[in-house]
Design a protein around this ligand. Structure first.
Ligand SMILES: [Zn+2]
Length: 230
């Protein structure tokens, strides 16, 4: 998997948790990984003020990206208020045209969080916008060859995994180092044991895929609509 992978999430931490092991693997295999967090996720702490938690989230995102060798871009939108506009999609499309990813990962389309649903829809829209010729934009268009939705316990309505990537120990270890910096993942915000959940999930999916650990995804049925002609 010596390839370029872009992961688009609703909040800082979402793609780090769910796509992170696969991104770490891509980097270890000589590829490039870019995490696009659409909002800061700054309203996710019950006692720390959003303005303070936002700075902590940015630090956590940077630490995670360094730990797995990825790049991170945080769009300047507020947790809970991600707009579903072409303006957001065009910002992501610009990153796609520039990086020319082989794979785009985002949330599943149905979630308990509106920001997750909007991030997923916007990522698909961005893939479409990046694939069509727009004469006002100098960077050549790019059709993303593959789009996958990451498994996330918050986005499970109608989710059915059909794609599994083996996660080697080295990728798991880098992911674990990075994700342990995230306070919410350690269970310090609302108590959900994210790291335990996703570590166990990778073991369960590994049982199904015939390896120690695996990450599960659902192929986007929207690919055929987002890919323009050759
Ligand atoms: Zn989230």
């Amino acid at each position: 998997m010596s390839s370029t992978v872009i992961a688009v999430g609703g909040h800082i931490g979402d793609m780090e948790l769910t796509a992170g092991p696969t991104l770490a693997k891509a980097v270890l295999e000589g590829g490039r990984a870019i995490i696009v967090d659409c909002t800061y996720g700054e309203r996710g702490h019950p006692t720390i003020a959003p303005s303070v938690y936002r700075a902590q989230k940015v630090d956590e995102a940077r630490f995670f990206a360094d730990a797995i060798g990825a790049e991170v871009v945080t769009l300047d939108y507020s947790d809970g208020f991600l707009p579903d506009t072409d303006d957001v999609a065009e910002q992501i499309a610009a990153i796609i045209r520039d990086a020319k990813p082989d794979l785009l990962i985002t949330h599943w389309l149905h979630s308990m969080h509106r920001d997750h649903e909007r991030a997923a829809q916007t990522a698909l829209r961005a893939a479409f916008l990046a694939s069509i010729p727009i004469e006002e934009i100098d960077t050549p268009r790019h059709s993303v060859p593959a789009i996958l939705h990451a498994e996330n316990w918050e986005d499970m309505e109608g989710f059915e995994a059909d794609t599994f990537f083996e996660i080697p120990d080295a990728a798991y270890d880098r992911w674990r180092t990075g994700i342990e910096r995230h306070a919410f993942a350690r269970g310090e915000t609302y108590g959900f044991r994210y790291i335990d959940y996703y570590s166990a999930l990778m073991e369960v999916k590994g049982c199904l895929a015939g390896c120690r650990r695996a990450a599960a995804f659902k192929t986007s049925s929207h690919e055929k609509f987002t890919l323009a002609g050759p």
